[in-house]
Design a protein. Structure first.
Length: 143
């Protein structure tokens, strides 16, 4: 197994942060990691989506867990294994929200994944948190 994780505390309203984070169809408009993305059903366990990260292959994924304004998780198949991701949002008070993203990769592609994608994904996680803070502020101002 290969584990990639990043954490950052951002400023903003948790409801706005959550709304932006789970609006899959708009990810590419604010998230520097995503080239394209779409949700093919409800944002709920069993729902599916598709995304194409910059510099990576497109993939279809399935939502495995959703706890409103707190956690959402998904997984996708890899040859002989899988990639499972978890996104956690925790209100800390004073308008601060702790964001944690964890990706677990299993199967025979772990060495290739670690070498080719690992560092880039972690770096992009931190960029995504920064972009999420900005996008959520815009969302809150427009609401």
């Amino acid at each position: 197994m290969h584990l990639i994780s990043a954490e950052k505390t951002i400023r903003g309203d948790l409801s706005a942060i959550w709304a932006v984070a789970v609006d899959v169809n708009r990810w590419a408009s604010w998230d520097p990691h995503e080239e394209e993305a779409r949700l093919d059903g409800a944002f709920a366990p069993g729902g599916t989506g598709w995304s194409k990260p910059h510099g990576g292959p497109a993939t279809t994924w399935t939502i495995t867990d959703v706890t409103e304004r707190s956690i959402w998780a998904s997984e996708c198949a890899l040859p002989g294994g899988k990639l499972a991701g978890e996104n956690v949002f925790e209100a800390l008070g004073d308008g601060r929200v702790r964001c944690v993203k964890t990706v677990r990769v299993t199967g025979p592609l772990v060495p290739l994944f670690r070498f080719y994608f690992g560092r880039r994904i972690r770096r992009d996680m931190l960029k995504t948190f920064t972009a999420l803070e900005i996008a959520a502020a815009r969302y809150a101002a427009a609401s």
